[in-house]
Design a protein. Sequence first.
Length: 200
Amino acid sequence: TIVGNRHLRKCERNQMKMSDGEKIVILMLTELCEKLGIHGEMDPDFLRSAIFNDMLWGIRWKYPGIPFSEAEDPAVVKEVVDILDMWSFVERAYAHLDADQKAELADLVSHFGKDPKFRGFDGNNESEYMGTALFLVNELERFQEFKGRDFNCHYPSIEMHQRMLAVFEPIRKNLGFRPMSLQELASILKAQVHPSAREA
């Protein structure tokens, strides 16, 4: 739609940008700092990673004290954060279940109710999502419970995560600090199954 396209253009304008020349200057400065043994607040390895992986939004996350111009994160960043947040709650809720409850969950949610874990995104077709997740966890040290995973599930996953989010978000608003109940967890995990494959 026209309104949607305008919003996307506005978001693109508001995102952090660097010219090719600015990138070269920053990369040269990071090399110079390392060769001279200069240790400041800026992390040369992080800056290089942000530039080479085209994750410039991460610089604002890493250094919130710098008064950057107001900018919006790319839409994929918000979506990946929402997905990681949801799976963090899912795994935490499962860890709180006792043996009987885990067995009940496995009965309630066939295929997906046994030891549910965040397995990532399709590395071939969802590489932007996978790269964003890796950057959030490994470079920005967010969602450390997922550290060490490669985030490549080798199958299309975005629509599945989106179905789960549609169930999770209303639950999330009322969670507070408590773990999800068995029934809440089951309802989210059931959403992994495409509607066309569900039993009537």
